[in-house]
Design a protein around this ligand. Structure first.
Ligand SMILES: [Zn+2]
Length: 572
C-alpha cells in the first residue's frame, strides 16, 4: 500500500516534517513485519507445512508452558495447542538442529505426537511473552475481577488501536478478557460487540462505523467466563441458557459513564452475545456536522424556523435518523420552548427536554403516548417513528394545530414517504398542509484523513461519473462539477486501525412539499411521480449527494456503492 501525505498549505514545515517522519516510521515497521511474515511463509512452503501468523490468534499460557521457557527459546519453538497427547508446535525452521533435539525428546521421552506449523521470529517472541503472563493470569483466575473503572482505564491506556487490542486479547485468557474486550470496544469507538460461539472457538467482532470487523478468535473455554460476566452485570438469570435474555449495565470511566445494552441469544454452539454501546458522541452532533450539502443545509435551516408542521426523516434502521432528529431538537431548543419526545426506547438523555419511553407491551403505544403529549401543550414534539395509522393521524393533526413535529418513517427514499403515508390511510388532502419537508438519509464512512489516497480511476469510471453529474438538476444552489479527473480511495494506517475509514457522515435527499408536488398527491400517487416533481424542484438524490462527496474526497466510490447499491455495472 502506498502512503500519501496530505498537508494543508498553512501547516508549518515542522509539522509537515514530523508527519512525514511518522508515516515513514510506520511504513518501515509495517514493511518489516510484512517481510518477516513473508520469509516465514516461504519457509513453510519449502517444507510443505502450514504457515501461521501468531499475532492473529490467541495463545494459551498453559500450552506454551509444556516446554520450559529457556528450552523453547533455545530451540526456536513454541507449543501453541494441545489436545491429549497431541501437540501443535510453532517453529521457525523445521530443520534446525536444536529444534529437532527438543521435538525428538517430546516424542521419545514424553510420548507426545506433534504437528508443526512455521512462524516468524516475531510470532515466536510473542508466544514466549505468554510465559511471563501465565503467573499473572493465574492470580486473576483465583481472585476474579469485576468490571472496575481502574481496570478499564488501565487497559484503555495500553490499547491504541485494533492491532494492539488483538495482541492484548491473545496474550490473556482469563476473567480479564471481558474487561479488555470492553476497553477495546470503547477505545476503538465501536458501537456493538459481537461474541459468537462456534464449534471450537469464539468469534469476537466489533462494529466500527457501521461495519463489522473481525477482531480475534477466542478459545472456547473463555465462553462461560464471558457469558456469566455479562449476565451478572446486566442482572440476567445465570442458570438460564435456552431462552433469549436482555438487560443493561453501565461502565464508569474517568470522566463519563457509558451505558451498555446487552442481549443474549441461544445458538447452536452456546449463547451468542451482542453488546450495544450507547455512546453519547454521535447524538451530540451539531446540525452542521451531519453532512448536509449547502443546498440542503439552507433548506433545513429554513424549515427549522417554521413554528408548525412536520419534518420527516426516512431511511432504513441504522441510517442515522435519530441522530438527525436529535440535532434538530438541539437546534430549536430554547428556554421558552417546550419540547417533548416519545421514543422507543430512550437511549440518550437530552438536557432540558422531557423524554417519554414507549412501552407497547404495557400498553403505552406511540399513538397513546402522543395523545397524552399533545395535552401537555408542547411547542415541539419528536415522535420516534410513525409506523401505524393512528400515530400518523395524530401526528398530522398535531402538525396542523400549531405544533412542530419531528418524526421518522421507514422508507428507502424521500419520495416513498408519500405513498407510505397514503398506505397508512392519511387523507391525501392533509399531507401537503401538514408536512413541511421530507428527508431521506444513509450513513457512509469517511475516508481517513491520514492515509486516503488520490488516484485516477479508469476512463470508464470517469465517463460514468460525468454521466451522473450531467443528470443532476442545476436549479439549486449547488455548484455541480461537470468534469472529474481524480478521486480518493481508502488505504489504512494506525490512525484508522488499518480500516482506511474513520467516522461517518450522512448523505441525503430532501424535498419541500411545494405546490408543484401538492397538486399530484392523490389516493394512489406513486413514489416515481413524487420523485419526478421533486427533481423538477432541484432535488439531488442520495446517491448523487454521495458521489459529490466522493469527488470532494470525503468518502470513496466503493463506500457509496456499499451503502446505496450499484452505481456502475463495471468495477472501478
Ligand atoms: Zn488511516
Amino acid at each position: 500500500m502506498q502512503h500519501l501525505v496530505h498537508v494543508n498549505n498553512n501547516d508549518s514545515d515542522k509539522n509537515t516534517k514530523e508527519l512525514k517522519e511518522k508515516v515513514q516510521e510506520e511504513t518501515i515497521q509495517k514493511l518489516h513485519h510484512k517481510s518477516e511474515e513473508e520469509r516465514a511463509n516461504a519457509m513453510a512452503n519449502k517444507y510443505h507445512l502450514p504457515y501461521v501468523d501468531l499475532s492473529l490468534i490467541p495463545i494459551d499460557p498453559e500450552m506454551v508452558s509444556i516446554v520450559p521457557k529457556e528450552t523453547a527459546q533455545n530451540a526456536s519453538l513454541a507449543v501453541i495447542y494441545k489436545v491429549g497427547k497431541k501437540l501443535k508446535i510453532a517453529v521457525k525452521d523445521p530443520e534446525n538442529y536444536e529444534t529437532n533435539k527438543v521435538l525428538e525428546k517430546l516424542k521419545q521421552e514424553d510420548k507426545m505426537n506433534y504437528t508443526l506449523v512455521v512462524v516468524s521470529s516475531d510470532s515466536l517472541r510473542k508466544a514466549w511473552l505468554t510465559y511471563d503472563l501465565s503467573t499473572v493470569t493465574k492470580r486473576f483466575e483465583d481472585q476474579g475481577v469485576s468490571l472496575k473503572k481502574e481496570d478499564l482505564t488501565e487497559f484503555e491506556k495500553g490499547i491504541h488501536n485494533i492491532i494492539d487490542l488483538k495482541k492484548r486479547i491473545s496474550e490473556i485468557n482469563t476473567t480479564e478478557i471481558f474487561n479488555i474486550i470492553m476497553a477495546g470496544a470503547i477505545k476503538t469507538k465501536s458501537s456493538d460487540v459481537h461474541i459468537e460461539p462456534n464449534l471450537d472457538y469464539i468469534r469476537l467482532r466489533y462494529r466500527v462505523d457501521g461495519v463489522l470487523q473481525d477482531i480475534v478468535n477466542l478459545p472456547i473455554k473463555v465462553s462461560r467466563t464471558i457469558t456469566s460476566r455479562v449476565k451478572m452485570l446486566s442482572k440476567m438469570k445465570l442458570n438460564v441458557t435456552d431462552i433469549p435474555q436482555d438487560g443493561h449495565f453501565s461502565i464508569d470511566l474517568e470522566n463519563k459513564s457509558i451505558n451498555i445494552r446487552a442481549s443474549i441469544l441461544p445458538s447452536t454452539y452456546g449463547e451468542s452475545i451482542v453488546l450495544r454501546i450507547l455512546s453519547e458522541d454521535a447524538t451530540g452532533l451539531k446540525l452542521d456536522e451531519l453532512g448536509f450539502n449547502q443546498f440542503y443545509m439552507e433548506k433545513v435551516e429554513e424549515q427549522l424556523l417554521k413554528p408548525t408542521g412536520m419534518l420527516l426523516v426516512t431511511g432504513p434502521t441504522g441510517s442515522g435518523k435519530t441522530t438527525t432528529l436529535y440535532s434538530f431538537i438541539r437546534r430549536v431548543n430554547q428556554p421558552n420552548i417546550k419540547i417533548i419526545t416519545l421514543e422507543n426506547p430512550v437511549e440518550y438523555r437530552l438536557e432540558g427536554i422531557s423524554q417519554t419511553e414507549i412501552h407497547a407491551d404495557t400498553g403505552l403505544t406511540f399513538a397513546q403516548g402522543l395523545k397524552a403529549v399533545v395535552r401537555q401543550d408542547p411547542d415541539v414534539i419528536m415522535v420516534g417513528e410513525v409506523r401505524d395509522s393512528e400515530t400518523a393521524e395524530i401526528s398530522i393533526q398535531a402538525a396542523l394545530t400549531g405544533h412542530s413535529v419531528f418524526s421518522t418513517l421507514h422508507t428507502n427514499n424521500a419520495a416513498g414517504a408519500i405513498p407510505r403515508l397514503l398506505h397508512l390511510k392519511v387523507n391525501p388532502t392533509l399531507i401537503s398542509p401538514s408536512i413541511n419537508a421530507i428527508i431521506a438519509q444513509r450513513l457512509v464512512r469517511t475516508l481517513c484523513e491520514h492515509c486516503k489516497e488520490e488516484y485516477t480511476p479508469a476512463q470508464e469510471t470517469i465517463d460514468k461519473i460525468k454521466e451522473i453529474l450531467s443528470k443532476i438538476p442545476r436549479n439549486n444552489s449547488m455548484e455541480i462539477p461537470r468534469d472529474v479527473k481524480t478521486i480518493f480511495r481508502s488505504c489504512g494506517c494506525s490512525k484508522c486501525n488499518f480500516i482506511g475509514y474513520k467516522g461517518r457522515i450522512g448523505i441525503y435527499e430532501m424535498f419541500i412539499l411545494t405546490q408543484n408536488i401538492e397538486k399530484i398527491i392523490l389516493h394512489n400517487t406513486s413514489a416515481s411521480e413524487v420523485m419526478e416533481k421533486a427533481r423538477e424542484d432541484g432535488m439531488i438524490t442520495i446517491q448523487e449527494d454521495g458521489i459529490l462527496k466522493a469527488i470532494e474526497g470525503i468518502t470513496s466510490l466503493e463506500e457509496i456503492r456499499r451503502v446505496t447499491g450499484e452505481i456502475f455495472s463495471n468495477k472501478f
